[in-house]
Ligand binder design. Structure first.
Ligand SMILES: [Fe+2]
Ligand SMILES: [Fe+2]
Length: 337
């Protein structure tokens, strides 16, 4: 690595640093932000800082044991998949960060990396309390549908991460929008459907969902829109963005239908899942300035469950009470740049 990568006195002023391409001077100055949304999201992420120990998991083993066999399977296969998402996202973010030029955007990505690790830690704490940590973390070895979803997500992550052009960086950011905005969502709603039966799991998911949906999604929404605005992006590349989200919908519904077919315990149907995932996908497309391409239906029950739990004040806490109730509830305006 060249020393100018770390210190480049002849590099660009921080206010001139684009997300893709260029030569930064090497300074992180939060008082001079080219985009504004980057430092706003950083502050909101910091305000939202939480620790797995804030969630009361003392009854998780007893509560898990009281679930029906099907509910236990849903619980295990949901956490097995969600925990993969966070593990993969940490690694992806470290790779994606290397494609970025603007030092403040890179700083926000650094904080996101920390939060994804925190999510991984929270799964470990929760599943240890439930008494099934090793079993759940090893399920990918035995469950073909889980293995396939993980594999398909990994392939989408890997496809453009080597970068080399603004278009490849844009497509790579699309993979993250799919992760933050699609691949978690049915899993979140399954845990909310179990709800009061497993309050430890539910409350842990509330914290994680808030990070993913209130800050990580807006961060990548802004990154996508900014790369799109700052560079010449071909129609073929935008077509590929649509292909990627079509794939994401297929990945999410394939695993959702597998769970529903195998363990039909929930108040859900294939049609409800499809409408839910299509609505989320349309929402993500609109968020990044593209056109919705799926059939739009009124907000579904599963979406309402996820939205309802974004209200943090409901979370019970065994300690750090004030920290939890002070959790920042605002979200970031995606057009804030
Ligand atoms: Fe996460
Ligand atoms: Fe995330």
């Amino acid at each position: 690595m060249d020393a100018t990568h770390y210190y480049n006195p002849n590099g660009e002023d921080i206010l001139d640093e684009k997300i893709y391409g260029g030569s930064p001077s090497g300074f992180v100055d939060f008082n001079r932000s080219k985009y504004r949304w980057d430092s706003n999201i950083y502050d909101l992420m910091n305000a939202n800082t939480w620790f797995p120990s804030e969630v009361n998991t003392s009854a998780e083993s007893k509560n898990f044991s009281a679930l029906s066999d099907n509910e236990q399977s849903i619980y295990k296969l949901t956490f097995a998949q969600l925990s993969f998402n966070d593990s993969a996202q940490e690694e992806y973010l470290s790779d994606f960060r290397r494609l970025a030029n603007n030092r403040l955007v890179k700083s926000v990505l650094s904080l996101q990396i920390m939060q994804e690790v925190n999510h991984s830690k929270s799964y470990a704490v929760l599943l240890d309390a439930a008494g099934n940590s090793e079993e759940v973390f090893n399920l990918y070895k035995y469950d073909q549908a889980l293995n396939r979803k993980n594999q398909r997500i990994a392939e989408q992550f890997a496809r453009y991460i080597d970068g080399g052009s603004a278009e490849k960086m844009l497509l790579s950011s699309m993979a993250s929008i799919n992760l933050e905005g699609i691949y978690f969502l049915l899993g979140f709603s399954y845990i909310y459907l179990l709800g009061d039966k497993v309050p430890g799991a539910r409350d842990m998911i509330k914290f994680i969902a808030r990070d993913e949906l209130n800050t990580h999604m807006p961060l990548f929404g802004n990154i996508f829109k900014t790369i799109h605005k700052e560079n010449q992006i071909s129609a073929a590349t935008i077509d590929e963005c649509y292909n990627m989200i079509r794939d994401a919908v297929d990945i999410e519904l394939e695993y959702g239908n597998y769970l529903l077919d195998s363990f039909p315990i929930m108040g859900t149907t294939p049609e409800l899942m499809e409408r839910t995932v299509h609505n989320y996908a349309n929402n993500r497309l609109k968020t990044i300035g593209l056109d919705p391409i799926f059939e739009e239906t009124p907000e579904t029950y599963l979406q309402q469950l996820v939205t309802k739990h974004l209200n943090m004040n409901e979370v019970r806490s065994n300690f750090f009470e004030s920290n939890v109730s002070n959790y920042a509830k605002s979200s970031i305006d995606l057009d804030d740049f």
